[in-house]
Every structure is written in structure tokens, then in C-alpha cells.
Ligand binder design. Structure first.
Ligand code: ATP
Ligand code: NCN
Length: 198
């Protein structure tokens, strides 16, 4: 199942990449909060063909797409498998391809605090920080590791002060924002461990 994501010039589009294996209420929560707090026009869920750092393969992409569509119904949110269409898997590659395809659209990379903690292991992570604004959302157990992370230290100068997160989408990289949301402890791995997903 494939989908075509649309955006207009000048729009600010937040990208929430993930395995969504399966999607859960935590994804819905951070998406709604990201729309409100980071000054975004839209959010796209990039349902990944597979996280490059994870060894086990996720459930089939069409199954994850279908579950994501059922979980997140919002007029400003698009569920897309565009990484499979573009043939990209690493985020830096995906962002380059999207920026070339959607000229004039302002993309913002969104992620939970657990991903900020290990962001410096991602391929071309500095390039990502230097080309798109990054919005990070608190996650239970990961706030301290995220704040102490290599990325947070190296890019300390580029962090928006708390209270200015709504400027993120219109700011120029390198810029990032950490927001302390009411946290939800849902995770795909816990759902899989309970045997509630394929
Ligand atoms: N409860 C949550 N709070 C904050 N961020 C979250 C939460 N759940 C997921 N995220 C973020 O959403 C993005 C996609 O998450 P992903 O699809 O990997 O789900 P996950 O629950 O983290 O999966 P797993 O448990 O298998 O690692 C990631 O950036 C992740 O940090
Ligand atoms: O580009 C990388 O090196 C990279 C390494 C780890 C994760 N990512 C991306 O981060 C997003 C979250 O991954 P995951 O598996 O935790 O859901 C997803 O879009 C992945 O493609 C990207």
C-alpha cells in the first residue's frame, strides 16, 4: 500500500520517522503535541522500511501502514511509506531526497528523547542537524540521557530556549528544541512483548 504525501511551498512539515511496529497511543500523543508546540502546519508519519540500527526486521510494511492509518486520524497528519518509494533508509538520505522533491517546503525532524540520546550514531547526523530543525519530545526514562547526549552537548548553542519552541518550524538550522510533554510510557516493544502484535 503506497501513498502520495502532499505539501505546499512555505508549509512547515514535521516528519516523524519510525518503525511503527506497531503504532500506539504514544505516537498519537507526540504528534498532536508536536503540531501545537513546534509551529507545524502538518506532520507526516514516515513508516520506515526498517530501522538501519535494528537487527530484527519489523512486520510487513503494508500491515504497519494499515495499523498506522487506523491509529492516527487527523486532518493535518499524513501516513506515508515514502521512504520505500524513494528507496532511502537512512534519515540523512531521506531528508535530502525530500528536500529535492518538495522545494520550498520546510521540513522539521521529530523524534522522542530516546533517539536524541543515540543520535550521534546515525549516518551523517551532523548533516541532519545542520540542514533541518529538530524537535525532540520527552520520553519516560530518557530525558536525562538525552540532555547529556553528545548531540545535545555539541549543539548546545543551537537549542531554542524553553518557551520559544513554537519558533522551531520557522528557524534556520542548526536549531533544535526539547519539549517536556506530559509523558506517556507506551512503546512498540512492550506491545510486542505482550504478544499483542504479529
Ligand atoms: N511514548 C513515547 N514518548 C515519546 N516519544 C515516543 C514514544 N513512543 C515513540 N516515540 C518516538 O516516536 C518515534 C517512532 O517510534 P518507534 O516507531 O520506534 O516506536 P517505539 O515505541 O520507540 O518502538 P520500540 O519500542 O520498538 O523501540 C521515535 O522517534 C520515538 O522516540
Ligand atoms: O539514519 C540513521 O542512521 C538512523 C538510525 C536509526 C534510526 N533512524 C530513523 O529514526 C526513526 C526512528 O526509528 P525507530 O526504529 O526507533 O522507529 C526512523 O525514521 C529511522 O529510520 C535513522
Amino acid at each position: 500500500m503506497s501513498s502520495h504525501a502532499k505539501a505546499h511551498r512555505g508549509q512547515v512539515v514535521g516528519l516523524l520517522g519510525g518503525s511503527f511496529d506497531p503504532p500506539h497511543a504514544g505516537h498519537v500523543h507526540i504528534t498532536r503535541e508536536a503540531l501545537k508546540r513546534f509551529g507545524l502546519d502538518r506532520v507526516w508519519w514516515l513508516v520506515s522500511p526498517g530501522n538501519p540500527l535494528k537487527t530484527h526486521g519489523p512486520a510487513a510494511l503494508p500491515d504497519r501502514m494499515q495499523a498506522a492509518r487506523a491509529m492516527m486520524r487527523h486532518p493535518r497528519v499524513t501516513i506515508t511509506d515514502i521512504e520505500a518509494q524513494l528507496g532511502t533508509r537512512y534519515t540523512a538520505q531521506t531528508l535530502s531526497a525530500l528536500r529535492a522533491r518538495y522545494r520550498g517546503v520546510r521540513f522539521v525532524w521529530l523524534m522522542g528523547a530516546d533517539n536524541l540520546a543515540q543520535f550521534h550514531r546515525w549516518q551523517d547526523w551532523r548533516q541532519i542537524m545542520n540542514t533541518v530543525p529538530v524537535g525532540v519530545m520527552a520520553r519516560p526514562g530518557d530525558r536525562i540521557a538525552a540532555r547529556m547526549s553528545k548531540t545535545a552537548r555539541i549543539y548546545a548553542h543551537a537549542r531554542l530556549p524553553s518557551g520559544a519552541s513554537h519558533l522551531l518550524g520557522r528557524s534556520h538550522a542548526p536549531v533544535w528544541s526539547f519539549v517536556n510533554l506530559p509523558m506517556t510510557d507506551q512503546s512498540s516493544s512492550a506491545i510486542r512483548a505482550r504478544g499483542e502484535w504479529s
